[in-house]
Write a protein that binds this ligand. Structure first.
Ligand code: PBE
Length: 302
């Protein structure tokens, strides 16, 4: 009897210790000193090139969300962002990046999630649109028709991007090979188009893998049909300016309605929008699954 009481006493003491321990750990997460993701990432979103649409959109998000007061976006390059992401994931450290599809980042790191965006700053589904200069259709109706008929799927573009990432080969070469391997698609884009007879076509594009793939595919496909295509990679702003001014004939690189909204709004009266060449794209803030946040609103001001 006596020993049972003794054990009971010991259990009670243990229980008190346990409760105290739980209580103090509750307090620690309560004031957020140690496991606050916002502090751990130094209130900084890791972004890409300064001129990118997603960079402009992220600066807008920081202005619009009250809880992002005092936050910064670190702008450098897509390569630098991807390498910071790789290091963070390897060490299971928190990181917030600007992410998008189509891209190989979700194939390489499948355990990532887009943060919910209740204010809709990053929009919903994006499309990649083709734009042409005013007068291009009259000057070269066959080239115009080819570009207008060019459209493909997220999976097509990602196939090229993954292969380039895995093999280290040039996206332009892989795109040309894709054209060889997918003649039925090229035939659909070329339907009713007369041979180009050497006509020179100038495409403006951006240096991201997605647009290197689309412009590479269109160039190879049009060159099979007698056109001579030059692709020039420039800043997003310059893509819109050069189509609007007529320096370029067309582009496939417009991410709409949100990513390139400002550039589009500024130039939309000076160019022709041929509509989507790819549907189902997306941009937003992306974090590894192991982070305990789901929404931009879960972030805390500085
Ligand atoms: N991106 C990929 C670009 C367009 C292509 C989303 C990084 C951007 O302007 O943000």
């Amino acid at each position: 009897m006596k020993s049972v009481k003794g054990i009971g006493f010991i259990i009670s003491i243990l229980a008190i210790f346990l409760l105290a321990a739980c209580g103090s750990s509750d307090d620690a997460s309560g004031d957020g000193a140690e496991d606050n993701d916002s502090e751990a990432v130094d209130h900084t979103i890791i972004g890409i090139e300064p001129g990118a649409g997603i960079s402009v959109t992220t600066e807008k998000a920081i202005e619009e969300y009250d809880n992002l007061k005092g936050w910064d976006v670190e702008l450098s390059s897509t390569g630098a962002m991807m390498s910071e992401l790789g290091t963070a994931i390897q060490n299971e450290e928190p990181i917030i990046i600007t992410g998008w599809n189509p891209h190989w980042m979700f194939a390489q790191y499948p355990d990532m999630k887009y943060l919910e965006d209740p204010q809709g700053i990053y929009g919903g589904e994006e499309t990649l649109n083709s734009l042409a200069r005013i007068g291009f259709e009259e000057d070269n109706p066959d080239a115009y028709k080819f570009i207008d008929q060019f459209e493909w799927e997220v999976e097509d573009m990602e196939e090229i991007m993954y292969e380039a990432e895995e093999t280290g080969e040039d996206i332009e070469d892989i795109s040309a090979q894709w054209v060889e391997d997918n003649q039925d698609r090229v035939d659909a884009w070329a339907e009713g188009v007369n041979d180009g007879n050497g006509a020179e076509i100038k495409l403006a594009s951006t240096p991201w893998d997605s647009e290197r793939a689309s412009s590479g595919v269109l160039k190879a496909a049009m060159e099979q049909h007698g056109f001579q295509v030059t692709v020039t990679d420039v800043d997003v702003a310059v893509v819109f300016e050069s189509v609007a001014s007529g320096d370029a004939d067309a582009t496939l690189a417009a991410w709409l309605p949100v990513t390139h909204k400002d550039f589009y709004e500024k130039q939309k009266d000076n160019l022709i929008d041929l509509g989507p060449n790819l549907e189902g794209a997306k941009i937003g803030l992306v974090v590894p699954e192991y982070m305990d946040i789901d929404s931009i609103e879960d972030l805390e001001p500085k």
